[in-house]
Design a protein around this ligand. Structure first.
Ligand SMILES: NC(=O)c1ccc[n+]([C@@H]2O[C@H](COP(=O)([O-])OP(=O)(O)OC[C@H]3O[C@@H](n4cnc5c(N)ncnc54)[C@H](O)[C@@H]3O)[C@@H](O)[C@H]2O)c1
Length: 341
């Protein structure tokens, strides 16, 4: 039987490449779009080595309407889309808001237009826990009110969610969409053939940790230890990227089975919060590496603490993470070592 084709925009990126692997292994035929604005061709080679097959790939910009139409026409019979393609750095979005609105909101609008033209109805969208801003209470449920975002990046995710809700609610709409609000993805595929490839100085904790352990960076700077948390450092919900990737397979299947409402929103996290110091200790335990770290000033835009309530995703999406923090950190370290550090 032919595999069901799912378009994966941003499929050469960190989360997208892992989702491509899980989709293929679950029996789907992923088709990748990427323009390598924040990724490299090596990710596609890694995917090919894991799967033993080449995954169809189109090097285009999702904002390019004609190029998008050409991909939909050439591929034919696309049944769904997972839209990962976006800029994702909170700090950079403060420096380059126009680029962020253009790429993140613009690419979604173009995609929705082409999906409508070609009658493709199922969309899984990469949202983020940044839509919750600084929450009043923890853990956050999908009903927790979203507040003004702390950054243009967060605002683009809120806007995209609003656009999707409006488009799906129109009387003649055929779109059905699942908004996955990711918490903090970490780790790498167990094969260490794909993983997070930050260009330049990492903005996220784990690549910073692994690069410090590998001697690429002299020390890890922890941004603040006077937050209102038990040890004073930020608390986040760290989810193994392979678990996160699997959530997309479940979401795609749910849309294709037509079990989903027109719009559904799910948190994707572990339901556990870990402080930065706990992550440092877990990394040291899991890898036997000693980390050189210092405490620096807090970073603008960081919320003190956030972690997910996963009741809804467990009960309705039937999705649960399985990896421990230590497993995720070990996989990140293995990936760092594979990069030849
Ligand atoms: N990594 C995180 O911490 C995190 C957390 C929450 C949400 N998200 C969201 O998940 C998605 C994927 O994140 P990621 O960590 O894999 O990021 P990533 O940068 O590794 O992947 C994004 C991919 O999209 C591509 N891309 C960007 N704009 C494009 C365009 N206009 N046309 C074609 N390709 C384009 C990039 O080259 C890259 O390969 C993003 O939407 C991001 O906002 C990420």
């Amino acid at each position: 039987m032919d595999r069901i084709k799912i378009l994966v925009t941003g499929g050469a990126g960190y989360i997208g490449s892992h989702a491509v692997v899980e989709l293929y292994e679950a029996g789907f035929q992923p088709v990748i779009i990427d323009n390598f604005v924040n990724s490299q061709e090596s990710a596609l080679r890694g995917v090919e080595e894991i799967l033993g097959v080449k995954v169809p790939f189109h090097r285009i910009d999702c904002n390019d309407l004609e190029a998008m139409r050409a991909v939909f026409a050439e591929e034919g019979s696309l049944r769904g889309v997972i839209h990962f393609a976006a800029y994702k750095a909170v700090g950079e979005s403060v420096q380059k808001p126009l680029e962020y609105y253009q790429n993140n909101v613009g690419s979604l609008l173009t995609l929705l237009q082409v999906m409508r033209e070609f009658g493709v109805e199922a969309l899984v969208f990469s949202s983020s826990c940044t839509v919750y801003g600084v929450p009043d209470a923890l853990p956050v449920t999908e009903q927790t009110p979203t507040k003004k975002a702390n950054s243009p990046y967060g605002a683009t995710k809120q806007m995209c969610e609003d656009i999707l809700r409006d488009v799906a609610a129109a009387p003649d709409a055929s779109l059905r969409t699942i908004l996955l609000r990711y918490f903090n993805p970490i780790g790498a595929h167990p094969s260490a053939k794909i993983g997070e490839l930050p260009l330049g100085v990492p903005q996220n904790l784990i690549p910073y940790v692994t690069q410090t352990a590998a001697g690429i960076r002299e020390k890890l700077t922890i941004y603040g230890n006077t937050y209102d948390t038990p040890d004073g450092t930020n608390i986040r919900d760290y989810v193994h990227v392979v678990d996160l990737a699997k959530a997309h397979v479940v979401a795609v299947q749910r849309l294709l089975d037509a079990q989903a409402e027109r719009v559904e929103t799910f948190n994707v996290g572990t339901g556990r919060g870990n402080s930065v110091l706990e992550v440092v200790q877990a990394f040291e335990r899991a890898t036997g590496q000693k980390l050189n770290y210092v405490i620096g000033p807090p970073r603008a835009g960081d919320v003190p603490a956030i972690y997910a309530d996963v009741t809804k995703s467990t009960q309705e999406l039937h999705f649960q993470t399985t990896s421990t923090l230590e497993e995720a950190l070990s996989s990140a370290w293995k990936w760092q070592l594979s990069l030849g550090a």
